[in-house]
Design a protein around this ligand. Structure first.
Ligand code: GLU
Length: 487
């Protein structure tokens, strides 16, 4: 069997973290089986359409670097093209197809036209609820004759098409949860064509999964109750059933369902907070799925090789932000120099020269877990903000000594070779030797030197600052500090 998986998001304006998890599982399964991963956009709910949502969804796939084999693609000029031969991949462009299949079901007696008004349905449900029955359409319109239907349609009465749920039971083997059975007597006759002529989710999803030759339907567990209806539709059409797998929910640390109220649910907000795409992918892919017991960090290729649906935990997976921070730090540490600079640049608003910026990000990367933290960490490398001379003085020293120490270290730095400035370790050795050979105390020299270089009470070490700023800028800063005492 060719593995063909699909993600079928409704364009809401952002990508939910849970959707990303399903995307990744789809991707791993397809790549593992040498098959295809398809993106299909479910936009038939006209009431929920959001302007620009499709572009933003496609842009998020690009930012994450997740490649799908078929589906709509955002072009550099902002337009949308499609790749793959099962398109269109946006459901609103497929309406005539759904109509055709709904007509087939009508002709075969698997579906019927229903003219009942909202008021009648509300009354009916209220009465059923009062009588402690499961609210379900009472099939009044099943009794209509062909002539009744024809004349009411000619009169312009609005109607829906409903599928006629048969009696009995359906069961399927969920690839994550095992066998799940449903009694169809609890299932309502679903609307498959809505009064606005659009197909409902159930019809569109089944027709598309069939026509797109989907072998595995992975989706969030909130869709489990839809599955019996979709199985029935497959049976009515006589189509082969895909494998279903319902992915458990992602939970807040208090075990409630991840919600906007309690934390960020969109992938875009995690990108904006300075999490690297690779870290987000690794973290989300291993939420509730541990490929091996000995480590946490995996490349996408490793995950493709190790992924196993049967090892996905059945329970909800808790979103542990501390772990995400830790993982992001691992990825920040591993970035090569150019990639690090490119990743940090959007998060720094300061005017720092490129050579200094390149070294500064290397110095600071071990101290951040999110790219946004670079904003503050890079500040000392930009043009020096005004500061008070008093912060230059070490707690066990005084202004006169501080100024003298700064003058002496300035001379020393001036005579330090360019070779020494090529490495933090060489600068450290040279300055420590200077302190020792002159019988000085560390604090008397290192504190004012560090503050002079960073203009801040807290910063990287003086050796790191010297290296990052370079000789010329370091001397300029120490000299500026010395003159502060003359004012
Ligand atoms: N359109 C549904 C969603 O937004 C897709 C459900 C499915 O995968 O069948 O998640």
């Amino acid at each position: 069997m060719t593995v063909r998986t699909r993600i079928a998001p409704s364009p809401t304006g952002y990508m939910h973290i849970g959707t990303l998890r399903t995307v990744l599982f789809d991707y791993f399964l397809a790549r593992q089986g040498g098959g295809q991963f398809i993106l299909r956009v479910e936009d038939t709910d006209q009431a929920r359409l959001v302007d620009g949502a499709l572009e933003s969804l496609l842009g998020t796939f690009q930012k994450l670097g997740i490649d799908y084999d078929e589906g709509p693609v955002l072009q550099a000029d902002g337009s949308i093209a499609e790749k793959g031969d099962c398109g269109p991949y946006v459901q609103s462009a497929r309406l005539s197809l759904y109509k055709k299949y709904a007509d087939e079901l009508l002709a075969d007696g698997h579906a019927y036209i229903c003219f009942c008004t909202k008021e009648r349905l509300d009354e009916m449900r209220a009465a059923q609820t009062a009588a402690k029955q499961t609210p379900k359409y009472d099939r009044r319109c099943c009794a209509l004759t062909v002539d009744d239907i024809a004349s009411r349609r000619t009169n312009g009465e609005t109607y829906v098409v409903r599928m006629k749920i048969p009696e009995g039971k359906v069961a399927f083997d969920d690839a994550i949860r095992g066998r799940i059975a449903f009694d169809l007597s609890d299932v309502d006759d679903q609307v498959i064509i809505k009064s606005d002529g659009f197909a409902s989710y159930h019809l569109a999803v089944v027709v598309d999964d069939h026509l797109m030759r989907i072998s595995h339907v992975l989706r969030g567990e909130e869709w489990i109750s839809s599955t019996p209806k979709q199985i029935v539709l497959h049976e009515m059409f006589g189509w082969k059933m895909p494998v279903y797998a319902h992915v458990p929910l992602i939970l807040n640390p208090d075990k409630t369902k991840l919600s906007k109220r309690k934390g960020d649910v969109s992938v875009e907000s995690y990108l904006a907070k300075g999490y690297l795409p690779a870290a987000i992918l690794n973290f989300i892919a291993t939420l509730g799925f541990n490929p091996t017991a000995d480590r946490e960090v995996y490349t996408m290729d490793e995950l493709v090789a190790l992924f196993d649906l049967t090892k996905v935990n059945h329970g909800g997976a808790v979103m542990n932000i501390e772990k995400l921070d830790w993982m992001n730090q691992q990825y920040i540490t591993k970035l090569d120099k150019d990639a690090l600079l490119a990743a940090v640049t959007p998060f720094t608003t300061y005017d720092v020269t490129e050579p200094i910026m390149r070294r500064a990000v290397l110095v600071e990367r071990g101290r951040v877990s999110r790219l946004t933290e670079f904003t503050e960490r890079i500040a000392p490398y930009a043009e020096m903000p005004p500061y008070d001379a008093s912060i230059l003085i070490w707690k066990k020293s005084n202004a006169t000594d501080c100024q003298m120490q700064l003058s002496n270290i300035c001379n020393f730095v001036t005579t330090t070779s360019d070779e020494t400035f090529t490495q933090i370790a060489l600068l450290e050795t040279a300055i420590k030797a200077y302190i020792e050979s002159n019988g000085l105390q560390n604090g008397n020299v290192l504190w004012p030197l560090r503050v002079a270089l960073s203009s801040a009470e807290k910063s990287a070490s003086p050796y790191e600052l010297l290296w990052a700023l370079g000789k010329e800028e370091s001397i300029a800063r120490i000299t500026a500090a010395i003159t502060k005492f003359d004012a």
